[in-house]
Design a protein around this ligand. Structure first.
Ligand code: TXA
Ligand code: MG
Length: 325
């Protein structure tokens, strides 16, 4: 067991401490605008290996490398198409991960032996400043144990990962709340491998190119397994009518999450009315599921949110988080 330090992102002393831990090959959970990431020096194979150990993540699941800016792309990737710079100019810093051909100098551990590498410039100002200061990029998966909910606050990381990592840098709650869009630029056409806040339409508008979005569970994204992002309490998706029925089941103690306006809240242990705006909904989703999960209830029922394009990432994560009734 390691004793995990809780560092404050508003203290320059604590940021210097985080930097020092990373330089020495340690693990620091860092805030990004999407979710907290578990960071290590991406050029240090031993440090990268310890990320997998801390998360209990299979070693064939590649990691995303976080870099300071598009100027650093050449340090990590080769054969970079011009469209990568066009996308970087529009969406970086921000929740877009670009899959490119890996440079031979990147340790195989980072990409789990693959010839491609996921790269992104995160928008969190503290992490971005840290990356500009460091001489290396950081590999960082979401800072949760394998298959569990991604953390959107330092407290959540601490609760799940304390004792397994050197430090958590507390930079407050994540603004976006859902993981980045993963876009594959290595094939004949642009392909979204993981739905995220940057939609296919936004990428098409920026580049003028067609963007395909194949069915999820694509093996090209090993972490794209069907069961993922799971709370411990069984989570069910349903219509309001189905939730009404579930709330009346004898002896069951459930929580209900409604999409926007309250109708007649059923007799549940907890009822949460989620925001109507997609941005706010996404920001709160994991946090809400995480806090309901701690109540030890029989089930969490969640009302289906809208299904239009901007909600695709929310629906994608919910489909993986939900159990079959
Ligand atoms: O928003 C995010 O992307 C967050 C923050 C911390 O940046 N990171 C994140 O990382 O969600 P992770 O490891 O939890 O999810 C990244 C996904 C995994 O499913 C992984 O298999 C896939 O990206 N991935 C990474 N590199 C890849 C590669 N070279 N080829 C295919 N899939 C890759
Ligand atoms: Mg993850």
């Amino acid at each position: 067991m390691i004793s995990t330090q809780l560092l404050d992102a508003s203290s320059s002393r604590d940021i210097a401490r985080a930097k020092q831990i990373l330089q020495r090959g340690g693990l620091v959970a860092v805030p990004t605008e999407t979710v907290y990431g578990l960071a290590a020096n991406a050029m240090d194979p031993a440090a990268v290996k310890s990320i997998f150990a801390a998360k209990g993540r299979p070693s064939d699941h590649p990691l995303i490398v976080h870099i300071a800016g598009p100027d650093n792309l050449r340090d990590w990737a080769v054969d970079i198409p011009p469209v990568a710079y066009q996308l970087a100019a529009s969406f970086w810093p921000g929740p877009l991960t670009m899959l490119l051909h890996k440079s031979p100098r990147v340790p195989a551990e980072v990409t789990a032996g693959r010839e491609t590498i996921g790269l992104r410039v995160p928008a969190n100002p503290v992490l971005l400043a840290l990356l500009k200061d460091l001489k290396f990029g950081v590999a960082a998966p979401s800072a949760n144990p394998y298959k569990r909910l991604s953390p959107t606050s330092a407290a959540q990381v601490f609760a799940q990962m304390s004792g397994r990592i050197d430090a958590v840098l507390d930079g407050g709650d994540c603004e976006v709340g859902l993981e980045s869009t993963i876009l594959d630029l290595t094939g004949p056409e642009l392909r979204i491998l993981r739905a995220g806040p940057i939609t296919a339409s936004a990428i098409n508008q920026c580049t003028g190119l067609a963007v395909s979005q194949p069915q999820q569970h694509d093996i090209a994204v090993p972490g794209n397994v069907a069961e993922h992002y799971r709370p411990n309490t069984p989570l069910y998706l349903g219509t309001r009518a189905q939730i009404e029925v579930a709330s009346k089941a004898k002896g069951r103690c459930i929580a209900c999450l409604f999409y926007a306006e309250d109708a007649n809240a059923p007799d549940a242990a907890q009822t949460v009315i989620m925001p109507k705006s997609k941005v706010l909904y996404a920001q709160r989703l994991y946090k809400t599921l995480y806090s309901l999960d701690s109540l030890g209830l029989d089930a969490i029922w969640l009302e289906y949110p809208p299904t239009d394009e901007q909600w695709r990432d929310v629906n994608d994560r919910l489909a993986r988080a939900a159990a079959i009734p």
